[in-house]
Design a protein around this ligand. Structure first.
Ligand code: AMP
Ligand code: MG
Length: 396
C-alpha cells in the first residue's frame, strides 16, 4: 500500500498540462500563463515625475533658491518647455520630465509667490524622478510561462499592452456520485436516504482549483448505471467519482472502471481518513475514485486531486506548503497510518497554534467545517504532546 506521498507522486507522474488558449487579460485571473511574456516596451515608457511639484536643475538649488516658474506640465501633458537655468516648471505626477530637469521638488517643500518658487530644503540630483526602464526593460521576460495570474501579473500584462494572454486550458472535470441511498439536493429526505452532497462539494472543490466541473449526477448500484455514467465521465479531461470504492459487494466503481479500460495505478493508500482511494488512467486521462464519506472525499480531493488538476492547468507549484504549528492540546492516534487531523488554527505572536477541530470520526462533517487545516500526523507515532510542533496543511 503506498504512503500518501508515494500515491501523490504516482498521480503527479501521470498528468501533464493540457493545451493552451488565448483569453482576455481581464478574465485571466487564476489561470496559468502558457508562454513566457517579454516586454514590448520599457516601463516606465519615459522619464516622468513621481510627485506633484517643480521640475528643476539640482545645481540651481545648492542653497536657498528662488526660481522663475516658466511652464506647466499636467499629467497626460507633453514636455514642450525645457527647464532653463534659474527656472522651474510646474509638473504633476506621471507627467514627462522636461529637458534640462534633473530633479523634482514636491510642492510641500516649496512656497510659490509672484510667479516664482522658493526652495528651502536640500535637493538631490535624480530625486523624485521615475526613470525610463527602471522597472522593466524592453525585451525582458517579465513573466515566465507557468506563472499563476494574480492581480499583480494582470497589472503587468495590462501595463505592457497585452489585451489577450496565452493560458493553459481549464480542466473539465466530470464529477460522479454513486449509491442507491442518494437523493439529489432539493428532494425530500426520508430515513435511509442521504442527500448527494458530494457532487456539489466536489464541484466546489474543483472550481476552487480554477477547473470546471461537469456534474454527472448519480450512478445507481448496478453495473449498467455505472457503465453509462462512467462512459459519459471519460469524455471529460478527468473523472472524479465518490463512494462505491471499498470492498463491499455493491462497491462497483473499480470493477466498471476496469471494464471500461481504466488502468489502475493504485487502490488503497496508507492514510486515515481516505484509505480506500483508487487512481487509474485511461487514454492519458486521470480517474480518481474517492471514498463516499463526505469528509474522506474532501480530504482525498485535497491530497490527490487538487495537485493533479493544478498540474494539468500548467502550475509549477501544485502542493500547498506544509507549515509548522504548535499543538494546543495532547493528541493520540493508532499506529500504522498517517492521520490527517482536522484542526482549527490560531495565529498568536506570529506563530501557528493548532487545536483539534472536534470529533475526528470520519462521519463528523461538522469537524471539517470547523477545520482551517489538516495536521499531518506521521504513521509511526501514536501520541503528540501539547506544545509539540506538527506539520499542517492550511486549507483555502
Ligand atoms: P460507500 O463508500 O459507498 O460505502 O459510502 C460511504 C458513506 O458515504 C455512506 O455513508 C454513504 O451514504 C456516504 N455517501 C456516499 N456517497 C455520498 C454522496 N454522494 N453524498 C453524501 N454522502 C455520500
Ligand atoms: Mg455505496
Amino acid at each position: 500500500m503506498p504512503t500518501y506521498e508515494e500515491a501523490r507522486s504516482i498521480v503527479l507522474e501521470n498528468v501533464a498540462p493540457l493545451g493552451a488558449e488565448r483569453v482576455e487579460t481581464g478574465r485571466a485571473l487564476g489561470r496559468t500563463l502558457a508562454e513566457d511574456v517579454a516586454a514590448p516596451w520599457s516601463l516606465p515608457f519615459c522619464d516622468n515625475s513621481a510627485m506633484d511639484g517643480y521640475a528643476v536643475r539640482a545645481d540651481d538649488c545648492r542653497g536657498p533658491a528662488r526660481l522663475k516658474i516658466t511652464g506647466y506640465i499636467p499629467a497626460g501633458g507633453i514636455a514642450s518647455v525645457g527647464v532653463e537655468p534659474g527656472c522651474a516648471v510646474k509638473i504633476m505626477t506621471g507627467a514627462p520630465i522636461p529637458a534640462g530637469c534633473d530633479a523634482v521638488i514636491p510642492f510641500e517643500e516649496t512656497e510659490e509667490a509672484e510667479g516664482h518658487v522658493a526652495v528651502k530644503g536640500k535637493v538631490a540630483v535624480r530625486q523624485h524622478i521615475r526613470f525610463r526602464a527602471e522597472d522593466v526593460r524592453e525585451g525582458d521576460v517579465v513573466l515566465p510561462g507557468g506563472s499563476p495570474l494574480r492581480p499583480a501579473e494582470i497589472s503587468m500584462l495590462a501595463s505592457l499592452g497585452k489585451a489577450f494572454v496565452p493560458v493553459y486550458r481549464q480542466v473539465r472535470v466530470a464529477v460522479l456520485s454513486t449509491g442507491d441511498e442518494l437523493i439529489e439536493l432539493g428532494e425530500t429526505l426520508s430515513p435511509g436516504m442521504i442527500i448527494n452532497s458530494n457532487c456539489v462539494a466536489i464541484a466546489a472543490a474543483v472550481r476552487e482549483t480554477g477547473a470546471e466541473p461537469v456534474l454527472l449526477g448519480i450512478a445507481r448500484d448496478d453495473l449498467a448505471s455505472h457503465a453509462e455514467k462512467i462512459t459519459e465521465g471519460l469524455k471529460a479531461d478527468a473523472l472524479v467519482t465518490t463512494a462505491g470504492v471499498s470492498a463491499g459487494d455493491r462497491d462497483l466503481v473499480r470493477e466498471v472502471l476496469a471494464q471500461m479500460g481504466v488502468v489502475s495505478r493504485f487502490w488503497r493508500v496508507d492514510i486515515k481518513p481516505g484509505g480506500p482511494t483508487a487512481f487509474g488512467m485511461k487514454d492519458g486521462k486521470p480517474v480518481f475514485s474517492l471514498p463516499g464519506n463526505p469528509v474522506s472525499a474532501l480530504i482525498t480531493f485535497e491530497v490527490f486531486v487538487r495537485p493533479a488538476l493544478l498540474r494539468m492547468m500548467g502550475r509549477k507549484r501544485v502542493l500547498r506548503p506544509l507549515v509548522k504549528a504548535t499543538l494546543a492540546g495532547e493528541v493520540r492516534k493508532k499506529p500504522g497510518k498517517v492521520h490527517f487531523l482536522r484542526v482549527g488554527i490560531e495565529v498568536r505572536g506570529g506563530e501557528y497554534y493548532a487545536t483539534s477541530a472536534g470529533d475526528q470520526n470520519t462521519g463528523i462533517l461538522r469537524t471539517m467545517v470547523l477545520a482551517d487545516a489538516l495536521a499531518v500526523l506521521p504513521a509511526d507515532k501514536i501520541s503528540f504532546a501539547a506544545g509539540e510542533k506538527v506539520d499542517v496543511l492550511l486549507l483555502g
